[in-house]
Write a protein that binds this ligand. Sequence first.
Ligand code: G6P
Length: 479
Amino acid sequence: MSLNGSAELVIVANRLPVDRMTEPSGATEWRVSPGGLVTALEPIMRANEGLWVGWPGGTDVDLEPFEHDGMTLDPIALSADEIEQFYEGFSNGTIWPLYHDLVAKPEFHREWWDSYVDVNRRFAERAAERAAKNATVWVQDYQLQLVPRLLRELRPDLRIGFFLHIPFPPAELFQQLPWRRQILEGLLGADLVGFQLPGGAANFVRLVRQRVGHKTHRDLVYLPDDRTVRAESFPISIDYKGFEELARSDSVQKRAATIRKALGSPKTLFLGIDRLDYTKGIYARLRAFSELLRDGELDVDDAVFVQVATPSREKVEEYRVLRDETDRLVGRINGDLGRIGRPAISYLHSSYPREEMAALYRAADVMVVTPYRDGMNLVAKEYVACRYDGDGALVLSEFAGSAAELRQAWQVNPYDLNGMKAALLDAARAEPRERQRRMRAMRKTVEKADVAAWATAFLDELDEARPPHGKKLKPTPGS
Ligand code: G6P
């Protein structure tokens, strides 16, 4: 496909797979975007010479389409107002907290909604321009829930899929949204609406029946124009083989050993890796750990907690507050409980490349993933993929989507501090045989249901949801 030609597969996501960063010197460089979306979609995109429509990061960055890693990227510019109202506002100040169980209070502002509608329309128009006849367009995530309908109005020939990467809330919460009907109708523009868990799909179908009044049967919605929309769950995953290979590489092994040494060769290394987000339960897990030190169950001479918090949405007030609170808590714990050369918590507010993550996963004895609510949580799956020796323990919140698959983790309720303390200790003290038994089972699960299987399952189902149609897409290599 030429840079301005039309494509058989179009991904529409808020972010492009790469993010344009401006250095203090004014120089710009491209970095892999935050979140798990990119690794999930890259293989299927390469196989189909796909086109990716998205925001390149930054304000008013108006760029021509360009090639990247076997894909064509088509950037959409966002103005400062749109970043404030569409991205920070409606997407991350309204929908994000509302869909994550109200862990923070959502704000409802009419100007934010207007901006959300405008930006969604722009994304839909661009996709409509670039998709070939009868092409497949796959729209991603909560920032673009109106795109399926807007796109269908412009291009009824297209096969349209939508996948929500975050939880879809129960009706009792969704109902608060003043624009609930428009969002539901926006999503119904798709032929297939995908969710992480069956519960999300069921919430959606129930809401469509109650609020929009369409007939439904199980996972099907019957629209008056004779179209049907299917709502189903497709738990997203990771590039299992890629992570395992990386973890086995010499450089990662060496780096893992260096990390352990730099931390004073502790007996137990606990690890958390998250975007710095209030849904992730970072504060609670650090408190649980610090109480174990205070209780004398753990000792800073042989236990350390490494917490990597990747900077995220730093202009949104809730995220600023969270950063300050986390800084303060870490400072207090280290001040109270650390010794010279032995901080209790090694806290890194930074993002790292995949190699460094793999080395951290290799170095960690106990991986701690304790969100209050999370669509899936790929960090948990990445950890499992990197433990090719079968060792290592995973402490996992029952409110992460991945808990449905990773049954053998030490599952916890992140609101229950004592329960979390007990699980951290159990995981750290478990016999190697017990850890191995659990890890082996989880590895099998993730190996089978990797990201290629996820993308193939979604696209196959989309094919069935709307036959007969244009050319069939090429499967992801290895699936
Ligand atoms: C989550 C969302 C993604 C989002 C990512 C990073 O994984 O599901 O849609 O891209 O977080 O957040 P950001 O606001 O930086 O794009």
